[in-house]
Write a protein that binds this ligand. Structure first.
Ligand SMILES: C=CC1=C(C)c2cc3[nH]c(cc4nc(cc5[nH]c(cc1n2)c(C)c5CCC(=O)O)C(CCC(=O)O)=C4C)c(C)c3C=C
Ligand SMILES: [Fe+2]
Length: 431
């Protein structure tokens, strides 16, 4: 799919053409070629954002950023659908343009020629609301949906990628109590934008959506705040909207062996996914008004941990190991950690040793006419194989928490390995 030049301006290439040119250059460079390619082009065409300000998370690397990166405070998550009739070339062009833009945005620069181009007759390349703001640890993590590998519009393999479909990439099954809304689920592509400044995260998604115009359409997006997980031991454990510490027993970035075992896809995966991961997102509505009427003891029994300190009910501080054989101090015939508590059911000992890297955010989507907040957890987990999530979620069928939550959105994406300098996102999927 080609796009007409927005005007007959001979002096300066259009943003689309400019990005296309850079993308083509990127595609032509051998992997591992001199770093100049993308970054230098951007530096020379970029506009006047304030730059990194010491808060830049590198975009290029063996793994995509935004997975083990210390969890930032804010989220804007977006799902896109490829437009009808688009081809493999359109998809490649989009990924090339997104690569160029993402390298620029995450380093705190504007897109293309910036928000003040030299020709006032053209729309600015960058929408401008991040002018003067720093990178705010912005990470952009891109995923590919399972539907991209399926027949569409009467074409068997519209993007020519079926041969690269990883064996593990099976659609999620439906789970007990699912009340999924299609307009908050799935998507051909996803972008997880995390930053310490909400304006920076929103600016990134907005501009990626603009760039996608003509090839992909933003189908739903979700704002999040108050990260509900730590991904490094250097971070304090945050709290979810039930008021409990969330993320205590997460897979942390310091746990190199555990990351290889549970988070990064390895040699079992095709080359484009070797070093990648699978992202599961679940929009989980929490009936906080009902929860707030439950006694403290009941809340703690449901979670399996104390509310304030976050220690397991079997005793010890937040990071003490849970003892599932310990008896309750008062009712000695019962276990200290309830058989149907969230902690017991989600714990690796109940799930064949499986661990997930959780990276979710709280959300509040306004309120309803009954005065109830549309509050919840935008749960995100990364795992080496989607089957790990399925295993844990199935275990949660008898979770006491289910009385207070509803899963209303869902998605699974393959997150390709990191982008090397000179490459574009998911390049190995097309080679
Ligand atoms: C399928 C995976 C999970 C979903 C969905 C999920 C929803 C969910 N969780 C909480 C609150 C807490 N979860 C905690 C621990 C925890 N949760 C999962 C998985 C899912 N949670 C795992 C794998 C674990 C770790 C278990 C372990 O190894 O000990 C905790 C305890 C603190 C912590 O370790 O993070 C809380 C609190 C809510 C409110 C929720 C849905 C809205
Ligand atoms: Fe949980």
């Amino acid at each position: 799919m080609t796009e007409a030049s927005p005007g007959a301006e001979p002096l300066r290439p259009s943003r689309r053409n400019l990005l296309g040119f850079v993308g083509a250059g990127v595609a032509g460079l051998a992997a591992g070629a001199a770093a100049g390619g993308v970054a230098a082009s951007i530096a020379h065409t970029g506009g006047g954002a304030a730059g990194g300000g010491g808060s830049v998370v590198p975009f290029f690397g063996a793994h995509q950023a935004g997975i083990t990166t210390p969890a930032q405070d804010r989220l804007h998550f977006a799902a896109f659908r490829m437009l009808s009739g688009t081809t493999r070339d359109d998809l490649v062009a989009l990924l090339q343009e997104w690569t160029t833009a993402a390298a620029s945005l995450t380093s705190g620069r504007s897109i293309g020629t910036g928000s003040e181009p030299d020709n006032a007759l053209l729309p600015p390349d960058d929408t401008g609301e991040a002018e003067g703001l720093h990178a705010a640890h912005l990470t952009l993590t891109f995923g590919v949906g399972r539907a991209l590998f399926d027949p569409r519009d009467g074409i068997d393999d519209p993007y020519g990628i079926r041969a690269r479909l990883p064996q593990a990439f099976e659609p999620l099954p439906s789970f007990a109590f699912d009340l999924l809304e299609p307009d908050q689920s799935d998507g051909d592509l996803c972008v997880q934008a995390c930053a310490d400044d909400p304006q920076v995260a929103v600016h990134a998604i907005r501009n990626l959506a603009r760039i996608a115009a003509g090839s992909a359409h933003l189908v739903w997006s979700q704002l999040g705040f108050g990260r509900t997980s730590s991904t490094t031991r250097a971070q304090d454990t945050p709290r979810n909207l039930f008021g409990f510490k969330d993320g205590t027993a997460n897979v942390m970035s310091e746990e190199r062996e555990a990351l290889d075992e549970f988070v990064w896809a390895g040699s079992e995966a095709p080359a484009w996914m070797n070093g990648g991961s699978y992202l599961v997102a679940r929009k989980i509505q929490m009936t906080i008004e009902t929860w707030d009427r439950a006694s403290l003891g009941e809340q703690e029994r449901i979670i399996g941990r104390t509310k304030l300190a976050g220690g397991p009910l079997s005793g010890g501080d937040e990071f003490a190991a849970a003892d599932f054989t310990a008896a309750d101090a008062v009712d000695t015939a019962s276990p200290a950690i309830d058989m149907a508590s969230h902690l017991r059911l989600a714990h690796p000992t109940n799930n064949a040793g499986v661990r997930l890297l959780r990276r979710g955010y709280n959300y509040v989507d306004g309120s309803n006419t009954l005065g109830q907040l549309g509050a919840g957890l935008f749960f995100i987990s990364y795992q080496r194989d989607p089957a790990a999530f399925v295993r844990v979620q199935r275990s949660l069928k008898s979770d006491l928490l289910n009385e207070y939550i509803r899963h209303i959105g869902s998605g699974l994406w393959a997150v390709p390995r990191g982008v090397r300098r000179g490459e574009y996102l998911a390049q190995a999927l097309f080679e």
